[in-house]
Design a protein around this ligand. Structure first.
Ligand SMILES: [Zn+2]
Length: 416
């Protein structure tokens, strides 16, 4: 068998034949030529027998490594004029438009990015993390399930910070299928409006329930575009607010101790932070000791803690809607009388959103359901910190939690 024929079979690249193979010090270079005569636009299906001019373009792609060798594919391409996209270099079947990598290589990177950490990928595949970002952006743009916005009935809309300095992404999840179906950069009403614009009025009118936080932005957008939908408040957010209120009480108390010069007590309350913010069942041994000390000491911080825990317990599984509504009212009255300013404010917020909080319980949009997906997204977002753009961070979330079927190059393709 000739070397070129052997490489043709080895590389299995769609629509090309191998003209020549040569070894360079650090790579194997494979020259290929397209089988088809017609020129195809890289962005759409437009094809033509005519070249735009005689200018040729030397293109290079990286393909899957061959043992320890880097493998480079080279081809001489022609230019065409697409009525929509203008003058472009012709597309090739084995690579996405604008990419320096073959589809097989990108499939491997996308698969790895959805499963493992930055160092593992960059070291194994020998590309930098930003390049990983650009690759998964392309994979996401072409491979997400196009029907992902159909048949949405129970959805959740939420923001997540993907970088320090308050850079946010808005994510929409499908509660029934438990996956993220849509995302955009930014937060609040405008981000919500962008979602509904893409969804369109017909699909928006099918939505029965939308869960969200207690901010005004998403609610405003939802009332505008899906007025029939019940607005639910995720209990997850309610508990989060209580945790914040507790943190405020603890910090005030700590500052007070410090200003009184009681350094030892101040340090104790600083350490108490973790013991108090964690759920009691997740405490470490030393945190449990701090926790017992605080309990014995009583005082404002302890009262704040018991309030927060009482609220968390309301959303534990197994309670009926009636139980929950009685307990919420009891919480509101306790918090109002607590003489702890952050909890008085919390009581006001909860009163204002009482209906939405109960709607979530009634419709079964429970903490457990949203929290699992939420935690998964948060974990992935931490990995996305080094990315250059929000689109790349979003792509990583969609690859991991979205409607996409990632396959490795050696696996049989469902959609050829
Ligand atoms: Zn085109």
């Amino acid at each position: 068998m000739r070397v070129t024929a052997a490489f043709s079979r080895l590389l299995r690249l769609k629509g090309v034949w191998v003209r020549a193979v040569r070894f360079e010090p650090d790579r194997v270079v494979v020259e290929v030529a397209l089988r088809r005569r017609r020129l195809v636009c890289p962005e759409c299906s437009f094809s033509t027998p005519h070249r735009h001019n005689i200018r040729e373009v030397q293109s290079v792609w990286r393909h899957l490594d061959l043992g320890v060798w880097r493998l480079e594919i080279r081809a001489t391409l022609r230019r065409l004029s697409c009525p929509v996209h203008g003058v472009r270099t012709e597309g090739v079947p084995f690579a996405r438009a604008g990419s320096d990598f073959t589809r097989d290589f990108e499939a491997l990177v996308a698969f790895l990015a959805s499963r493992t950490d930055k160092t593992t990928i960059t070291r194994l595949v020998r590309i930098n993390w930003r390049t990983v970002g650009r690759i998964i952006e392309r994979v996401c743009a072409t491979d997400l399930d196009p029907g992902r916005l159909d048949e949405l009935f129970d959805i959740g809309i939420d923001e997540i910070s993907w970088r320090k300095q308050h850079r946010y992404l808005t994510l929409v999840c499908d509660h029934q299928r438990r996956r993220v179906v849509w995302g955009t950069e930014g937060a609040g009403e405008k981000a919500g409006d962008r979602f509904f614009a893409e969804l369109g009025p017909e699909r928006a009118s099918q939505i029965k329930a939308i869960s969200m936080d207690m901010g005004p932005g998403y609610a405003k957008s939802a009332r505008k575009h899906a007025p029939q939908a019940t607005i639910c408040i995720d209990s997850y957010h309610v508990v989060q607010l209580a945790t914040k209120a507790l943190e405020e009480v603890r910090r005030d108390y700590w500052n007070e101790l410090r200003s009184l010069g009681d350094q030892q007590a101040a340090r104790r309350f600083k350490d108490a932070r973790w013991a108090l913010l964690k759920n009691p069942e997740n405490l470490t041994k030393s945190q449990a000791v701090t926790y017992r000390k605080l309990k014995r000491a009583g005082g404002e911080v302890w009262r704040a803690y018991t309030l927060k825990e009482a609220l968390r317990a309301i959303f534990a599984p197994g309670l009926t809607l009636e139980d929950v509504s009685v307990l919420i009212d009891r919480f509101i009255s306790c918090a109002t009388r607590s003489r702890l300013a952050p909890f008085t404010r919390l009581a006001q917020t909860i009163t204002k959103h009482r209906e939405g909080i109960l709607a979530a319980v009634r419709l079964g949009i429970t903490n457990a359901r949203t929290e699992a997906l939420n935690n998964k997204v948060r974990l992935i977002t931490r990995r996305a910190y080094g990315f250059h753009s929000a689109t790349a961070a979003l792509a990583l979330i969609m690859l991991t939690c979205g409607p996409i079927n990632l396959q490795l190059p050696h696996e049989p393709h469902l959609h050829p």
